[in-house]
Design a protein around this ligand. Structure first.
Ligand SMILES: Cc1cc2nc3c(=O)[nH]c(=O)nc-3n(C[C@H](O)[C@H](O)[C@H](O)COP(=O)(O)OP(=O)(O)OC[C@H]3O[C@@H](n4cnc5c(N)ncnc54)[C@H](O)[C@@H]3O)c2cc1C
Length: 538
């Protein structure tokens, strides 16, 4: 018993315990149990701390001091992404911080880091622009390294003859876009996070941009890439216009969300840009069903406006406050060479004419153009929102994005809204519930459910009380009718409970990829693939 003061001091030191446990007057049986438990904790803590130190020491043999970040504020920031941003802002995150953030500057350094982590069972979270929304950057392991692409920041080649650009994974999309625009070219990729998101992350999440209906999503743009696997193998997929050399292996990497490999370099297509021809169309419409019908009409007739969107009245009210008149909104943008823009514009007008009973009025196209020009989020906007969350107990602009074919998308939309209104016990806390379709294809479209709410619970419970039950309704109603539960944000960590349902019998293929490329399970634990151990953080 004379060891007790030391035991308690050690515990306090290592675990930052704020309560002391007085066991001196306990019954012998309970006393023994406590002694064993407390000694166990101390031993475990000592082992962990030694290992953690060893990991940092090993990192120092591989990298320069400036490539290793152990600043506690940065580690706290690295322990979660925007999914738990309210809890993060309020400093009540329930997840461990990573041990370090490292900044390799070559594929070889990435290889060395991955091999080290693979050999020592250290979890790895690949990181690029930090704009993840679904928990892809959240840490669920005690021993984790964040491998950040900050120093993989070179634009390697812009080849305007073969219409492709090669960049390292840490190049911000905006930087590449700015470089291309100077010479009249574009990536055609324009997610709202364009000023901040980086190529590695954009490819890893299968992202999509606002002009996707013309240019496609990232998977249509990636020509070739380089990536590193946990066993240290570096693969380069060459840049050719097409191939039929077996399955298209680019798609093993695109969308892997850091769970199979680390992307170090990407080559994307580029396009000529004709901003002088841009044409905008906007309409107030009776209901979202009319909007979906018109989107379909344009698409199935073979036209590709760069933007084709329809908004519910609730969602329209928060986007188009200057003209919405409490109605649904339909809008288009046509771009490209003059003849194509003209033909696309005529097709839009014909589609609108065909469903004219659902049209209330056309709006000034300047409104649509202005709105587009101010749509993207800068790092300052992201920081301001984060700061705001420290003061305001409300959450604006939470989203869940799904997709389905033309026959079912409207039914899914109405089923979700009805079920939330009828079944969700906190419905009265919602300050907005609606959605929009923003990416269309010949066989269907997406639906971006949007919900804002006032938070009437402890900050650490917010996701469990509000976002997750709402997301559950959206995912369940979508899967029930054969849609996809995630259209472009990836699965992250909080839709992983439905990954098997999303893929059905094809989950077999996904699981085998994980077993083959990451047999020790060190790549982004809990992302995409469901994990029992991670449930405590959900
Ligand atoms: C304001 C805002 C607007 C947004 N708008 C859109 C939008 O319009 N369209 C859209 O698709 N998304 C959008 N998003 C979501 C987000 O921007 C995308 O998911 C984006 O692709 C993430 O890129 P990133 O560079 O920030 O990656 P990060 O957030 O750093 O990482 C995202 C995921 O990719 C993995 N990853 C990162 N780098 C690598 C790498 N080098 N190798 C392997 N895996 C890696 C991470 O582990 C993580 O799982 C938006 C987000 C915000 C905050």
């Amino acid at each position: 018993m004379e060891n007790f003061p030391i035991l308690i001091i050690l515990l306090y030191f290592f675990r930052n315990f704020s309560i002391f446990i007085d066991i001196t007057n306990m019954a012998p049986y309970h006393k023994d149990k406590w002694v064993k438990y407390l000694f166990g904790l101390v031993t475990q803590t000592l082992e962990e701390s030694v290992n953690n130190e060893m990991i940092i020491e090993q990192l120092k043999t591989m990298l320069k001091p400036t490539q290793i970040n152990t600043n506690s504020e940065d580690l706290y920031d690295a322990s979660a992404d925007r999914y738990k941003k309210y809890a993060k802002a309020r400093k009540v995150l329930d997840v461990p911080s990573p041990l370090a953030i490292v900044y390799p500057d070559s594929p070889e350094q990435v290889r060395d880091l991955l091999v080290f982590c693979n050999t020592n069972q250290v979890n790895v979270i690949p990181r690029a622009g930090k704009t993840a929304t679904e928990g892809g950057l959240e840490n669920w392991k005690e021993q984790t390294l964040v491998i950040d692409a900050l120093h993989l920041d070179r634009i390697i080649n812009i080849d305007t003859y073969n219409m492709q650009a090669t960049v390292q994974a840490g190049v911000p999309l905006q930087e590449l876009e700015d470089a291309l625009r100077k010479d009249g070219f574009t990536t055609g990729h324009s997610p709202q996070s364009k000023p901040v998101a980086k190529l590695g992350g954009l490819v890893a999440t299968r992202s999509i941009g606002q002009f996707s209906t013309l240019y496609g999503a990232i998977e249509d743009m990636v020509v070739g890439l380089e990536c590193v696997f946990p066993d240290g193998h570096i693969s380069r997929i060459k840049n050719v216009p097409r191939r039929s050399g077996g399955p298209d292996i680019r798609h093993i990497v695109i969308g892997n969300e850091g769970t199979l490999c680390y992307i170090t370099e990407v080559t994307v297509k580029i396009f000529k840009i004709y901003p002088e021809n841009n044409t905008f169309y906007g309409y107030l419409i009776k209901d979202i069903d009319t909007g979906i019908k018109i989107l379909r009409e344009v698409m199935v007739n073979g036209f590709r406006p760069s933007v084709a969107r329809t908004y519910s009245e609730e969602d329209a009210a928060q986007h188009f406050y200057h003209f919405h008149k409490n109605k649904c909104v339909l809008l288009f943008m046509a771009e490209g060479p003059e003849g194509i823009v003209k033909a696309t514009g005529e097709a839009i007008e014909q589609a609108v004419e065909k469903f004219k009973d659902g049209i209330i009025e056309q709006v000034d196209s300047k409104h649509i153009e202005n709105w587009f020009n101010n749509l993207n989020w800068s790092q300052q906007d992201i920081d301001d929102e984060f700061e705001g969350m420290k003061e305001h107990d409300s959450h604006s602009g939470f989203t869940t994005e799904i997709s389905a074919d033309w026959s079912t998308i409207t039914e899914i939309y109405h089923n979700v809204i009805k079920r939330i209104k009828e079944d969700y016990p906190r419905y009265h806390d919602l300050t907005l519930l609606g959605g929009h379709s923003s990416h269309s294809y010949i066989n269907g479209t997406n639906m971006y459910f949007v919900y804002n709410y006032d938070i009437h619970c402890a900050p650490e419970d917010e996701m469990r009380v509000y976002h997750h039950p709402l997301q559950r309704i959206i995912v369940e109603e979508t899967l029930k009718l054969g849609g996809s539960m995630c259209h472009h944000h990836g699965i992250g960590k909080f839709r992983n409970e439905w990954t098997k349902m999303e893929h059905g019998s094809a989950y077999y293929m996904l699981e085998k990829l994980k077993e083959a490329f990451d047999p020790n399970g060190i790549m982004n634990f809990g992302t995409i693939f469901p994990q029992e151990e991670g449930k405590k953080y959900q």
